[in-house]
Ligand binder design. Sequence first.
Ligand code: NCD
Length: 301
Amino acid sequence: MKHLTTLSLDKSSIETILDNAARFKTELVISSKIGGRSLALCFFENSTRTRLSFELAAKKLGMLVIDLAPEHSSLSKGETIFDTLKTIESLGIDCAIIRCTENNLLDSFDDSLKIPIISGGQGIDDHPTQALLDAFTIKEIAIRSGKPLNELELCLVGDIKHSRVATSNIKVLSDLGVQLSICAPNQFRRSFDNDNIVYYDTLEEAADNSDILMALRIQKERLLESSTDILSAESIISEYRINHRLLESYKKLYIMHPGPINWGVELENGLQNHPRLLANRQVANGVFVRMATLEYFLSNQ
Ligand code: NCD
C-alpha cells in the first residue's frame, strides 16, 4: 500500500495499526522508528482535530512538521494540488497528509508521487484515520462491556448522505466484524455496497438494538442549497437528536461523535460531560492511532 485511503486499508493493516496504537497509548517512553523524518500538513479544507492530532502525533515521534497553509501557498496563483505535492516531494519531505473536497484525488496520483500521501479526509467518501480511531475506541468499549466486536452493534445517526466518516466507518468496522445500522431521515440516507446494514426509522428503534450510536452532524458545507434548506434540514433531523431522556432509558448505550459537534442539533445541550459520551475519548485516541499510522507508512521506507 502506497497512499492511505479507506479502500487501501485491508484487515491486516487495520489490525496492525490498532495494535501499535494500543502500544503507544501505554508506552511511558515513546519508542520511535521514524524520528527525524518530515511531514507536511496540507489541509485544503478546515480541520481542528485531524490537523492538530497529526501534528502532535508526528512531534511525539520526533518528526519535523511543516504546515503548507494553503491560503499562503501558490495554489492561489493557479498551481494544482498535484504540483504542490510534487514540490513537497522534491523538497525532500517524507510524507504528506492531505484534506480536500474532491473524491478519489489520492487514487489519481497513483505512482506519480513517490512519497506516501495519507488522506486526512477527502470528499464525502474517505476519512481513514477517523475510522481507525473510532475502531480503536469501539474496541475499548468492547473490552469494557465484555462483548467481542462481532457482538457489538453500532448505529450511524444523522446526515449519512454527505458524511465521509460514515463511509469510512462502514468499511473499517465491517472488516472488523462490528454489526452496522443506519438511522436517518430519507433525505440523509444513501445506500452502501454492504447487504448487512440494517436501517431504522426511529431513534428508539436504533437504541433498542444498538450498543453505540454514532451521531453525525449535518454537513452544511456540502448542502448546496440555501440557508432555508439548512434550517429545514435541522428541523427534520431534530427527531434524531440524542437527548438526556434517551440516555436515561438506555443505561448501557454509548454515544460517539467525530466532532465538530453542533450542540442542540445532533446532541442535546447539557450532555457535554455525560459519562457515556465518548467524543473526547475519540479525540484522545486519535493521537495514538495517528502515531501508529505514521509509523506504519514510514518505518519501511
Ligand atoms: C469530520 C471531518 O471534518 O471531516 N470530523 C473530523 O475529522 N473529526 C467530520 C465532520 O466534519 O463532521
